[in-house]
Design a protein. Structure first.
Length: 219
């Protein structure tokens, strides 16, 4: 019995070693990370033209307009701040509007180095600087930040920001006539930032953002 046991043991060890050797010599092919397939609707649009608002544009039929009552836990500057929500994609375009020459709150450092609210006049330069600061706020996670100047078919000038990497927002824009109107938009998702998994939705909604920009008019 002992001889038979030793013989079986030796055979088993030999088989295991052969299998291990074969496994070590077999090529390893990493599998690409998989994501859920997303079925996108056809791009169709409707007009946003609410009485009293200083702007109008066309937005997707699969989005809903919500008046922004709180912007990142702060009170909006005026009633013309809205959100375009995309329930099917867990995304939201925050649209903020400021009148150049009006009054806004700003964060400034006091003598203790603490940020406190301060009231100041909305100049074009101040609003433009604030927009750049908000865009570059994500630079610590960004792999790239590209800004491009454009003029819409309606003759409105603006800047589009494309931010690469696992950032909270990859697409932002601002438009202004530099004398009265200043509007800013930023696309966010209710999900952990992941550039690869969000790329298809970002590209889809980027076309909608461009349509909003190209159809925007001042009133």
């Amino acid at each position: 019995m002992k001889k038979e046991f030793k013989r079986n043991l030796a055979f088993s060890i030999a088989v295991v070693l052969l299998l291990m050797a074969a496994a070590c010599n077999s090529p390893y092919t990493p599998k690409p990370r998989g994501y859920y397939t997303i079925h996108f609707p056809e791009h169709q649009y409707q007009v946003f033209e609410k009485p009293g608002y200083p702007y109008t544009f066309e937005y997707p039929v699969y989005a809903r307009v919500i008046q922004d009552s709180t912007f990142f836990e702060e009170q909006p500057e005026n009633p013309y701040w809205i959100n375009l929500e995309f329930p099917d994609f867990g995304g939201k375009i925050y649209i903020s509007y400021n009148q150049i020459g009006g009054i806004s709150r700003y964060k400034v450092k006091n003598t203790k180095g603490e940020y406190v609210d301060s009231v100041g006049k909305n100049t074009f330069e101040r609003l433009l600087t604030g927009s750049y600061q908000l865009s570059f706020k994500h630079s610590y996670k960004a792999t790239s930040i590209d800004d491009s100047v454009f003029t819409t078919p309606n003759g409105i000038d603006g800047i589009y920001f494309r931010i690469g990497g696992n950032t909270a927002t990859a697409n932002q824009f601002l438009v202004s006539d530099s004398t009265k109107h200043f509007l800013r938009g930023a696309l966010y998702f209710d999900a952990t930032p992941n550039e690869d998994s969000l790329r298809p939705v970002n590209e889809f909604l980027k076309k909608d953002m461009q349509h909003i920009i190209n159809t925007l008019r001042w009133k």
